[in-house]
Design a protein around this ligand. Structure first.
Ligand code: URA
Length: 229
C-alpha cells in the first residue's frame, strides 16, 4: 500500500492533510523521516506520525533444528509440532517454509513473511537442498549417474531434476536436490529398493544448519541469511 493511503486509513486525516503531514516531515518510516507519498508500505515496517506509532509489526525469520518425531506443521492431533518447540511469544503468525517427514531431522525455516517463504519454496527457483542420507543397503554403483539423469516419478508424471550424489561411505551419502517432491529422497533411493534409514537436512540454498544448534533448538536468521532469498 502507498504511504499516503496507509496514513489516511490509520489516522483521521484526509488526503490534503496527509500531504501536509508528509511535507512537514512529521512521518517516519523505519525510523527515518520521509516525504514520499508513493513509498510502498508492507506490514513489517514501523510507521510513526510525530510520536504516535501507526504500525509496529516486525518480521521474524528463524532456523530450527528439527528433531525426529516432531511434525513439520503448525498443528497435529498426535505428535508435537515444530511450533511447540518455540516460546509462546514467537509462535504468533509463524508458518513453515518447507516440510520434513516425521523421522527426518535437520534444518527447518520458519517465518511470518509469506513473500519470503514463497521465494524459498517456489519450485521454479531451483534452490539446492542438501541431505545426509543413511541407507539400509550399500548405495548402488550406478546411483550417481541415475540421480544425475533424473528419475521418473509416475504419480506426478515428472522426471526429477539433476541431483548430485556424494558418497561418504557404503551406507552414507550426501544428496543435493533442486526441488521438493513428496518423500523425494526416499523415493529416489527406493528406485534401487534401498530403504532410507536416516535422513538429515543440512542446508537450503545458502542457509546451513548452525552447528551450534542441538535438536529442538532454534535461532533467528542473520540479515545475510534472510537476504540470501
Ligand atoms: N525427502 C524425503 O523423502 N523426506 C524428507 O523429509 C525430505 C526429503
Amino acid at each position: 500500500m502507498r504511504l499516503s493511503r496507509f496514513i489516511q486509513i490509520n489516522t483521521s486525516y484526509g488526503r490534503q492533510q496527509v500531504k501536509l503531514l508528509l511535507a512537514q516531515g512529521r512521518i517516519r518510516v523505519a525510523g527515518d523521516v520521509t516525504t514520499e507519498a508513493n513509498l510502498e508500505i508492507n506490514r513489517f515496517v514501523r510507521v510513526e506520525l510525530d510520536n504516535q506509532l501507526l504500525q509496529e509489526s516486525q518480521s521474524h525469520y528463524l532456523m530450527l533444528y528439527k528433531p525426529a518425531g516432531v511434525v513439520s506443521s503448525t498443528e497435529h492431533p498426535e505428535h508435537p509440532t515444530v511450533i511447540d518447540l518455540l516460546p509462546e511469544r514467537l509462535r504468533q503468525g509463524l508458518h513453515l517454509a518447507g516440510r520434513l517427514d516425521l523421522k527426518t531431522t535437520g534444518l527447518m525455516l520458519l517465518t511470518n513473511d509469506g513473500n519470503w517463504s514463497r521465494r524459498v519454496t517456489q519450485p521454479e527457483s531451483r534452490i539446492a537442498k542438501v541431505y545426509r542420507v543413511t541407507t539400509k543397503d550399500p548405495v548402488a554403483t550406478e546411483a550417481e549417474e541415475v540421480f544425475r539423469k533424473g528419475i521418473y516419478f509416475r504419480y506426478e508424471d515428472i522426471t526429477t531434476r539433476p541431483a548430485a550424489l556424494e558418497r561418504i561411505d557404503c551406507y552414507n551419502s550426501r544428496l543435493t536436490i533442486h526441488e521438493g517432491r513428496y518423500h523425494q529422497v526416499k523415493r529416489m533411493f527406493g528406485y534401487f529398493d534401498n530403504e532410507v534409514t536416516a535422513l538429515h537436512r543440512e542446508s537450503i540454498g545458502e542457509i546451513m544448519l548452525d552447528p551450534d544448534l542441538r535438536p529442538g533448538e532454534f535461532r533467528p536468521l542473520t540479515a545475510a541469511e534472510v537476504a540470501s532469498f
